[in-house]
Design a protein around this ligand. Structure first.
Ligand SMILES: C[S@@+](CC[C@H](N)C(=O)[O-])C[C@H]1O[C@@H](n2cnc3c(N)ncnc32)[C@H](O)[C@@H]1O
Length: 180
């Protein structure tokens, strides 16, 4: 009986660390504030049917907003198995399984071909590692929204007054960046 109690405590501790700290995967979780989401997606001019990819999708809130408010097709990539599970559960609860797919994978393996908008709320180190992948895999007219950090090497199209999020368009970046 005592061993079961200890096992439960360890499991709960791992789950708590995974959700609020760096957890077992080294990936921390700071969700995008829900009230800001609609405004950001409006500013990015997300259209019905567009393919929206959230790299590091956490609990899936950005995808749920994109699918439910803008009728977008969505893919979320999440390295942390627990957050991926929570995101899948939230998508199911919202009845959006036909519009939102959650993939448990590393950001570097995110499928970007065909994406119209890529959303990232990741560390600037990881964004720097992803930038060559963006240049190589994204369509020329794709847009990138970055919450929290700028994406180096891509010219800025829009940012909010408080510089909390930044919008980029691939076509503008292709002649300027040095990744290819
Ligand atoms: C700041 S949170 C943002 C979550 C969500 N996009 C949002 O805006 O609410 C960053 C998320 O990226 C995930 N993450 C961190 N490093 C990752 C990596 N290398 N590959 C995939 N996901 C990663 C974390 O587990 C976390 O859920």
């Amino acid at each position: 009986m005592e061993i079961i109690a200890w096992l439960l405590i360890v499991l709960l501790a791992v789950a708590a660390l995974s959700l609020v700290g760096t957890g077992i995967t080294g990936a921390c979780w700071l969700p995008t504030p829900i009230p800001e989401l609609k405004k950001i997606l409006e500013e990015a001019e997300l259209k019905p049917g567009e393919l929206f990819v959230d790299i590091g999708c956490g609990d899936g809130r950005v995808l749920i907003a994109a699918a439910s408010m803008f009728n977008a097709r969505c893919v979320g990539v999440e390295i942390d198995p627990l957050k991926a599970l929570i995101a899948r559960w939230r998508v199911k609860r919202a009845g959006l399984q036909d519009k939102v797919q959650i993939i448990r994978a590393s950001a570097m393996d995110a499928p970007l071909a065909g994406a119209d908008i890529v959303f990232v709320y990741l560390s600037h180190q990881l964004i720097d590692r992803l930038a060559p992948k963006f240049a190589q895999e994204l369509k020329p007219d794709a847009r990138i929204i970055s919450f929290g950090f700028m994406v180096r090497g891509f010219p800025l199209v829009k940012a909010d007054a408080g510089k909390k999020w930044f919008l980029y368009k691939m076509a503008l970046g292709q002649n300027l960046n040095r990744y290819l």
